[in-house]
Design a protein around this ligand. Structure first.
Ligand SMILES: Nc1ncnc2c1ncn2[C@@H]1O[C@H](COP(=O)(O)OP(=O)(O)OP(=O)(O)O)[C@@H](O)[C@H]1O
Length: 255
């Protein structure tokens, strides 16, 4: 199967700092691929290069078989790439349902002129979108909370809402940037189930995460970065038994 996301020998420097140096990986539909490494290892920079926020100064970014190395974020989104951010980005004063529907608008087929004229197709599409948004809330264990003000939900619920909104865009590849940050153990367990469900739906999930227990429990494959370079790559079992990884990063934290 051709990879949905193929990162080839990517390099990025900020002044004298080599944030990424020859980093490569690829992943496919239905897989959970995680990127780990100490602070400053280059994980966020790699996400920015994949999503198009920063250009890759060297190497290639291929999405769904197309070379997107110099393409803007919108063109990458059009191929099915979505991301969430390290800092929660939901609309706090809108309801949970409205938050998800905002995501869905990106996928709306009816054009702006029809919407402006209030044509019947618009009403039908809005109903379908509302139904779909409600289904997404159910999927993320937020059933019955559609009318709740998003900013008043528990933190773990807000994190799941953010992912539900990204999913409303019907992504094929979803980049999740530290989704477990700030969650308690039971919220993290809920999140793990949500991420597994996303992969079960055929989405290629790419995760940057510091919570090693979560990463080791759900990942099919891991890339360990250190000072912008690949330190190790493999299954959780392979990576967690790699002496270089244990020495440089994992220490005694992994059981
Ligand atoms: N916009 C920028 N300007 C200058 N230097 C940057 C910029 N973004 C990142 N860097 C540097 O590039 C390196 C990699 O940073 P990056 O944020 O990608 O690491 P990270 O692995 O995501 O770290 P963390 O786990 O702390 O989020 C660091 O040395 C960082 O200081």
């Amino acid at each position: 199967m051709a990879p949905l996301l193929d990162i080839h020998a990517v390099g990025v420097s900020f002044g004298g700092v080599r944030a990424l140096d020859g980093v490569s990986f690829s992943t496919e539909a239905g897989r959970i691929f995680s990127i780990i490494g100490p602070n400053g290892a280059g994980k966020t920079t790699l996400f920015n290069v994949i999503s198009g926020a920063y250009p890759a100064q060297q190497g290639k970014v291929v999405i769904a078989g197309r070379d997107m190395t110099t393409a803007p974020p919108s063109a990458r989104a059009a191929l099915g790439l979505q991301r969430t951010f390290q800092n929660l980005q939901i609309f706090g004063t809108m309801t949970a349902l409205e938050n998800v529907m905002v995501g869905g608008h990106l996928r709306q087929r009816t054009g702006f002129p029809s919407a402006l004229l209030g044509l019947p197709s618009v009403a039908a599409e809005s109903r379908a979108m509302r139904r779909r948004a409600t289904e997404l809330l159910d999927l993320f264990d937020l059933a019955g909370l559609g009318g709740a003000v998003a900013g008043e939900l528990a933190y773990g619920q807000q994190k799941r809402l953010e992912i539900a909104r990204a999913l409303a865009c019907e992504p094929r590849i979803l980049l999740l940037d530290e989704p477990a940050a700030g969650l308690n153990p039971s919220e993290t367990e809920d999140l793990a189930n949500v991420i597994r469900r996303l992969a079960g739906m055929g989405i290629a999930v790419v995760l940057v995460e510091h919570d090693m227990r979560l990463v080791m429990a759900i990942s099919d494959e891991l890339l360990v970065l250190n000072f912008g370079r690949e330190l190790a790559r493999g299954t959780p079992a392979e990576v967690s038994s790699n002496p270089a990884v244990i020495e440089a990063y994992l220490g005694v934290e992994v059981d």
